[in-house]
Design a protein around this ligand. Sequence first.
Ligand code: SF4
Ligand code: FE
Length: 489
Amino acid sequence: MALKTAQEYIDSLRALKSDVWLFGEKVENFVDHPVIRPSINAIALTYKIAHEPEHEDLAVTISSLTGERTNRFTSLFMSPDDMVKKIKMQRMLGQRSGCCFQRCVGMDAINAVYSSTFEIDEKHGTEYHKRFKEWVKYIQQNDLCVQGAMTDVKGDRGQSPSKQPDPDMFVHVVERRPDGIVIRGAKAHQTGSVNSHEMLIMPTLTMREGDEDYSVSCAIPSDSKGVHFIYGRQSCDKRKLEEGDIDVGNFMFGGQEALTVLDDVFVPWERVFMDGEVEFSTMMVERFAANHRQSYGGCKPGIGDVLIGATASMAEYNGVPRASHIRDKIAEMSHLAETLHACGLACCTQGTKTRAGNYQPDILLANVCKMNVTRFPYELTRLAEDIAGGALVTVPSEADLRNPVVGKYVEKYFKGANNVSAEDRIRMLTLINSMTFGLTAPSYRTESMHGAGSPQAMKVMIERQTDMNEKKRLARVLAGIDEREKLTD
Ligand code: SF4
Ligand code: FE
């Protein structure tokens, strides 16, 4: 089947019978809902770029499973270069959307489950990998959007999954039948969940003996019976229900998160890729996390590029583009964005081949990449807010700008330097507002902090991946505590 166009992707969502809830009401037509549509537009971009000749090299690849052209978002990374192209594609999409375009979670999950199932089968003689390959071929041939579903709601963080007072705090198998399994639980703040055709479920943390029912990976259609989506609120989301586009800022695109409830969902065996192999949960989690933490070295500098451009434009509109402290701060913003991108690229080039044959980014560097992402977008937004000025949070509404009585005052008192109109100045302010305060939810800040794991998860991985004994040995040798290196025999 041919690669879907953006329009074909949007139309394909209309066939889903998904159970979506927003503002306490069931949404009958989520595709055209003004709060949800920007997030659909953002994913549609991932389909559009596959048809742009100038971006074909980044967006399209040859499937290692079928030999056919496939969208990179459904592909396996078969070389470090495939991962470099992924990062460059994500930066370009971040630049064009200014927000999370949601489809990377599934791509990264596909790669983690592919390599993990191969190794489970090696040890247990199971057939998960064969099943998984068949499912990936189906995804590729139909150019479907996949949601990677990892984060459980977790309940009491001090208790393991099987010790929770409420057994449903982690997704688990409640029944095994001759034809498949039944799962129950909920995945929290799932990116792009409503907009995806399929959901690839994985465990969220290291499982131990006793957690067998919680060590489950499987795929289900998003509109399966028993799946309920409760849409996450976004800061200022009701602005999208108002007249006009100015107050929304990034009117065209936005992110999406939902609480995904799995209320006794049946999964046939051919879609089950892990069931009880507790000792492989860590592998699956770490590999997915590394792939997705690497991804942030693509999207986040891309979104940063928009913020830097908006900030530099505001400096011009305010008449101070040449002020030395402004130039210094904008150069600092570029430094931060490029450092994030450099980290993303570094973990690709240092990637290694898995036993299944696909490539895995360097786990230590991927966690360092995401650790920087928990910090640098905060500094980027701080500098953007510094330069844009207090009008970021005091600017009048579009309705006042258009009002026959007070509109003339807004036009007069909000105009910028060199005859920049009040409308252009307000548009740039609301764009920055939407990116930093969260209307293109999740905001550039909080999503950078918690998406793909919260900072402490990275710290743990960085500690685990660091060979501290080797570092201490290096110090002992140079200090003369251990024998010093001889330069000659
Ligand atoms: Fe992709 Fe970034 Fe969104 Fe993750 S946060 S899905 S990497 S755009
Ligand atoms: Fe994310």
